[in-house]
Structures are given as structure tokens and as C-alpha cells.
Ligand binder design. Structure first.
Ligand code: SF4
Length: 281
């Protein structure tokens, strides 16, 4: 049987101006990166993007907001967006990614039709306070536990290539494993002149080895290669799926352009895989 590759699209529904200082993130107001900023994306635009995503064979659609977490207005906006998408696309797998969240807030999202919550640990506990000083890794971990507590599917991973050591990388993978997420996004750091974080880019081989290490540690978790894929995996015969990935983010990322969806679809077929048609096999 051919391996199925799950496709997920993301929509940045509230972009930039974040008060946190995460050193890898262009949405932080501390770094003055050249990105588009807006408080709320129009609901019709979000629904339009969800339709486009499903036309491209996407099953997952993620509603992302910048910022540390949710206030009442932002929570109401995410719920409004979720309901509007669900009304037109009843079978879509809706993911919310809105920072730190309490059990009460996650319950509200679940009632609005959200299926999964994405909250990344980002890196290891010991390394995290060298890349972010305005909130703690422990708060991030607690949000993931809250996701389990309300019965939402958990999507949690992070970013590689931030300058973490191999030991810190392994500790990070073990922390994600302890949360037993349904999906783990693997991002690869994209350099940006505005960011304070400067790290030697990972080679393609190092990045493939990371996917293999994660696959060995989390054999039953969907591994989704997300931001940095196009920059990190460049050789024609590079097969991230052979290394262990079984999902990718398709289309544009939060603040950077992605590959054209049709290019990714033909790449998957050329490598001998099929596009997943179900969320959880
Ligand atoms: S909290 Fe999120 S949006 Fe804000 S700077 Fe950190 S990663 Fe970026």
C-alpha cells in the first residue's frame, strides 16, 4: 500500500505586533521585521482560503493568531472564523493555533468546531529561555496538557536549527514525546536580517537526520514538515517522507511564501506516494 501524505494549510488570521520577544519570530514587535501586519483578517477571506485549500487536496486548515494567547475578543474572532468555515466545509479538519490557552478557552474553541489545537514547545526546556525571555517553556507545556484535558487533538512540535545542541534537540524531542501529540510539526529556522537570532543553517543531511530521529522516537505520531522546508530540502532526490515525515504544510506560511500547491502535489506523486483523503487513518 502506498504511503499517504497529509496536507495542511495555514491562515494567518491575525498577524504581527506580538509583544513577546521570541528570537526566531518575525511577528514579534521587538524585531521590526518587514512583514504584513493586521489585527483581524476578514472572515470572507478566511473562508475563501479554506475553500482554496480543500481544492488543493488539503484536509487540515489551521487558524493562526499572533500573540501570547487569547483575550475575549480574539477568542470570539477565532470562533467566528471557525463557525464560518465549518458552515461551508463540514468535513474540514479545523486546527486553532492561538498561543497559551486555558482549559476554559480551549473548551470554547472546541464548541465552535475546532478539532485540534496547535501549540509548539518550540525547543528544549533548557534552551528555550535563551530564545525567549517574556514567557516560559513551562507555560507552553501546560497549554499542551490543557489541550489533552479538553479532549482536543494535540499538534505540538517546534523549530530546529536555532543553535540548539544535539543534546538539547534530543531533550526537546523527548519532551514532545511525553505529550504524545497526534501531530508534530517540524519547522526549520529561516534566517531573517531583522531577527536577533543568528544560527548556522542546518544542512539537508542534518535536517533529514532530525526527521529520522523524531520518527524513531514518535513512531505513531504524524510528522508534519512545515516552515523552512523549501529552503532546507533542496536536492531533487531528497525524500523527507522516506526519512519519516507523513505530512507537509502546503501553500504559504505565516509570513513567508511557500511552494505552489500543484508543485507539491506533483512532487508527492513523483516520489510514489498518494495524498491522504482522511484525517486519521
Ligand atoms: S508568541 Fe508567537 S507570535 Fe509572538 S513572538 Fe512568540 S512565536 Fe511569534
Amino acid at each position: 500500500m502506498k504511503k499517504s501524505i497529509f496536507l495542511c494549510a495555514i491562515s494567518n488570521i491575525s498577524s504581527g505586533s506580538c509583544a513577546e520577544d521570541c528570537g526566531f519570530c518575525t511577528q514579534s514587535a521587538h524585531h521590526h521585521a518587514n512583514i504584513e501586519r493586521y489585527k483581524y483578517k476578514p472572515i470572507e477571506q478566511i473562508v475563501f482560503e479554506a475553500h482554496n485549500a480543500t481544492k488543493n487536496g488539503t484536509i487540515g486548515f489551521c487558524l493562526v493568531t499572533s500573540g501570547l494567547g487569547l483575550d475575549d475578543k480574539k477568542l470570539a474572532f477565532v470562533c467566528e472564523a471557525a463557525r464560518a468555515v465549518r458552515a461551508e466545509l463540514p468535513d474540514i479538519h479545523l486546527i486553532a493555533c492561538n498561543g497559551l490557552a486555558t482549559i476554559e478557552q480551549l473548551s470554547v474553541l472546541k464548541d465552535a468546531g475546532i478539532n485540534s489545537y496547535n501549540h509548539n514547545l518550540e525547543s528544549s526546556e533548557s534552551f528555550y529561555n535563551t530564545i525567549c525571555t517574556t514567557h516560559s517553556w513551562q507555560e507552553r507545556y501546560q497549554t499542551c496538557l490543557n489541550v489533552h484535558a479538553v479532549g482536543l487533538s494535540l499538534c505540538s512540535g517546534g523549530i530546529f536549527g536555532l543553535g540548539e545542541s544535539k543534546e538539547e534537540r534530543t531533550a526537546f524531542i523527548q519532551s514532545v514525546k511525553s505529550l504524545a501529540p497526534d501531530t508534530m510539526p517540524l519547522n526549520f529556522f529561516i534566517q531573517n536580517p531583522a531577527l536577533p537570532l543568528k544560527a548556522e543553517p542546518l544542512s539537508e543531511k542534518e535536517a533529514l537526520d532530525i526527521i529520522k530521529e523524531v520518527r524513531a522516537a514518535l513512531p505513531n505520531t504524524r510528522l508534519m514538515v512545515a516552515g523552512g522546508r523549501e529552503i532546507t530540502f533542496t536536492s531533487a532526490d531528497c525524500d523527507i517522507f522516506e526519512a519519516g515525515a507523513d505530512a507537509i504544510v502546503i501553500g504559504d506560511y505565516l509570513t513567508t511564501k511557500g511552494e505552489l500547491p500543484e508543485q507539491d502535489r506533483s512532487m508527492i506523486t513523483r516520489l510514489g506516494y498518494e495524498i491522504a483523503t482522511l484525517c486519521h487513518a
